[in-house]
Design a protein around this ligand. Sequence first.
Ligand code: SF4
Length: 214
Amino acid sequence: MNPYPREPSNRTTIAVATTEGYSSRPGGAQAELLAEVNKYESDRNLDLVLTEFRNYQQGILPAGPGARSLTEFFASVDEKLEPAAAPAPRTQRSDRDVLNLLTKRAKTLHIGPANFCWFTDPSRALCLKLAGTPTADRPLVGMCDSARCPQATHHPCHRLVRAEHAARTKTFLGDLGKTRKTEHARLQNDYDRAIRIVAEIDAATLHQPDEDSV
Ligand code: SF4
């Protein structure tokens, strides 16, 4: 089953559908449309964070440079849901309780083509550093280097696109003439990075609590 029910590609459809309703309204139409889109993005982000939190609870961890930070955040949420800290037994904790704890983090989430970006601190954003705009209030997802940015994570939903990229790059490498050394080195780096990310996602997905210690 697809754990990501609202894929980013739905966004265009929703934007187009809502535009039809607002175009004939006098005044405020654009603001209403923007509010709709923002609401959709908020709901989608919350769904994604909840999915990853549930994955975390089952031992499927995030990968990538920002994995530790996100894992620590999930651990802190999980701790707050412990029976000892809860007014009611854990089994009575609803998704609403969890969502309340995840909402703030969800607001920092931006969707990259093959990663999640947790834009919690502009000064740590690699894309902004590269662009020379370290105080911007949004990440430059088009310049994302998720293998190196401390705010990036990779998850099982990103595995396919990374694996396909690796396979395509390998084909290009095989077709490249031996004299094209610069191009070869660039593609080899690309390939190595994609393979490493896939391996990291697999390792984090296969992570399970040590059964012997239970
Ligand atoms: S480099 Fe990527 S992960 Fe890092 S802040 Fe920019 S868009 Fe987000």
